[in-house]
Design a protein around this ligand. Sequence first.
Ligand code: LIP
Length: 262
Amino acid sequence: MSDFLRLAEDIAREAGDMLLAKRPTMSEEIETKSSPTDVVTALDKASEELIRERILAARPGDRILGEEGGEEPGDSDVRWVVDPIDGTVNFLYGLPEWAVSIAVEVNGQVVAGVVNLPARGEVYTAALGEGAWLGAERLRCNTGVPLAQALVATGFGYGVSRRAVQGQVVAAVLPRVRDIRRGGSCAIDLCSLAAGRVDAYYERGINPWDYGAAGLVATESGARLEGLHGRPVSPEFAICAAPGLFEELHDLLAAQNPERDA
Ligand code: LIP
């Protein structure tokens, strides 16, 4: 295991333990961000502060991009991409699907990723070219699944007009697949795909802190993760599935023009 991965895992575990211990007493301190439904708790901020402190203590000079605190300036080739709680609404409601996500990029490429699900007791890790793991178990995504038999995870943004389009898109997808899952965390959806718990995932509007670490878990499990029409994954669009299913789902989604705004 690389030094990057070891450090990221130690920090993600420490932040997760802190969040589990403090969740019942602090989660009612809520602010909103991009819309009234887009919440941030005091613990999102506390988790990110802890993670930033630990990274900079171990690797002063590295850059950090965090969901709550934005980008830490610097000229290092190494950038840490941090989501202190992915699935904040689940966290707030006491649902177990929330995660601490830490990715390490070198020259813009993710080389290590950790997604810690404290309430489920699961830690997903991946290192570039070395595989994806749930604890000690090597992960392989499901292969050979036709679109009509695919369990497809997706998510919805917080903005009203984007949600209106996302509702139309999912209405076109639902009759063509086994079923849809909306878990509430991009990071967990991608890790679930790597673990064979869903077959595919798509979403518009996710950010590098949502998909940085889990994206590597998914691709190291054998999945393709891209945007539409061969573009790289980005906040514009993300599709993830094993080759074969990826193309079928891509073509269904592309026909819906899902990057349009209402
Ligand atoms: C969440 C994403 C999820 C999306 C949610 C939300 P947050 O991130 O991971 O995929 O569907 O609406 O954006 O806000 O919990 O960090």
